[in-house]
Design a protein around this ligand. Structure first.
Ligand SMILES: [Zn+2]
Length: 237
C-alpha cells in the first residue's frame, strides 16, 4: 500500500502537489485578470477596436477567409481552426485599449499559424482526441485499477499513461501560445497599429496570459507526479 494511503485518499501527503498546482493556477489567473484590466484602461493611439485590428492583422498576413465574431464572456477569446473563426470577447471585440488590440492580435497569431501550417499547432491539433480521451478516461481507469487490481496494477498504469497524454497536450500548447504572442507583437508594431510606447503594455498582457498556460502545464505535471507516486509503482503491501 503506498505511503499515506491509510489516511484516506483525500488527505494523503502527496495531495500537497495538487494544492501547489492549484495555487500556481490561481495566482496566474488573478495576474492575467489584473494585468488585462490595467491595460484595458489604456486607449490605443490609432483608436482601432480589437475587431478592426484583427481584420488588419489578418489581411496583412494575406488571410481573407477568417470570420471575426463577437462572443460572450471575459477572456473567452479564441481562434477556432475548424470553421476558421476568430472569436473575440466582450472586452476585446469593441474595445480600443492596448490590451484588447493585443489579445485580438494574439488570436490572429493562431489563425496565421493555421494558415502557414505551423508544426507545433498541427501536433497540438493531432493530440486533441488523445488528450480528450486521457482527461475523461484516466481517472475511471485508475479507480477501477485500484478496486480490482490494487495500486500499481496494469489498469492503473494504463490510466496514468492516458493522463500523461493530457499532460503532453498542455506542454505542446506552450510553444503554440508563445509563438502566437510573438507574432502578434511583431505585426502590431510592423503595420503601425501600436506605437513603440504602447507595445510594452500589450506585451505585459500577453505575457500574463501565456503564464496561465505555463501554470496549467505545471499543475498537470504535479498531478501526474502524484499519480505516479501513489498508483504507478508496485504495490508495497
Ligand atoms: Zn492563444
Amino acid at each position: 500500500m503506498p505511503y499515506g494511503y491509510r489516511y484516506g485518499y483525500a488527505i494523503d501527503p502527496t495531495y500537497i502537489l495538487v494544492l501547489i498546482g492549484a495555487l500556481i493556477s490561481m495566482f496566474a489567473s488573478m495576474r492575467v485578470k489584473s494585468t488585462f484590466h490595467k491595460y484595458a484602461k489604456v486607449r490605443s493611439r490609432t483608436n482601432m477596436t480589437g475587431a478592426q485590428a484583427a481584420q488588419r492583422v489578418l489581411n496583412s498576413a494575406g488571410i481573407y477567409d477568417v470570420t471575426i465574431r463577437h462572443v460572450a464572456g471575459e477572456l473567452t477569446d479564441h481562434y477556432d481552426p475548424r470553421n476558421k473563426t476568430l472569436n473575440l470577447s466582450d472586452s476585446v471585440y469593441g474595445s480600443t485599449s492596448v490590451a484588447a488590440v493585443g489579445v485580438a492580435a494574439h488570436e490572429c497569431g493562431h489563425a496565421i499559424q493555421h494558415h502557414k501550417g505551423y508544426s507545433p499547432l498541427q501536433l497540438r491539433s493531432a493530440l486533441v482526441p488523445v488528450a480528450n480521451l486521457g482527461s475523461s478516461a484516466a481517472w475511471p481507469l485508475i479507480i477501477l485499477g485500484i478496486l480490482f487490481g490494487g495500486a500499481g496494477s496494469f489498469v492503473c498504469k494504463i490510466g496514468i499513461v492516458l493522463f500523461s497524454a493530457a499532460v503532453l497536450f498542455q506542454i505542446v500548447t506552450l510553444p503554440v501560445e508563445f509563438n502566437a504572442s510573438a507574432r502578434a507583437v511583431r505585426i502590431l508594431g510592423d503595420i503601425g497599429i501600436l506605437s513603440e510606447q504602447e507595445l510594452p503594455g500589450t506585451k505585459k498582457v500577453l505575457k500574463a496570459a501565456a503564464l496561465t498556460y505555463v501554470a496549467g502545464a505545471a499543475a498537470a505535471i504535479l498531478q501526474l507526479l502524484r499519480l505516479v507516486m501513489l498508483f504507478g509503482g508496485r504495490d508495497r503491501d
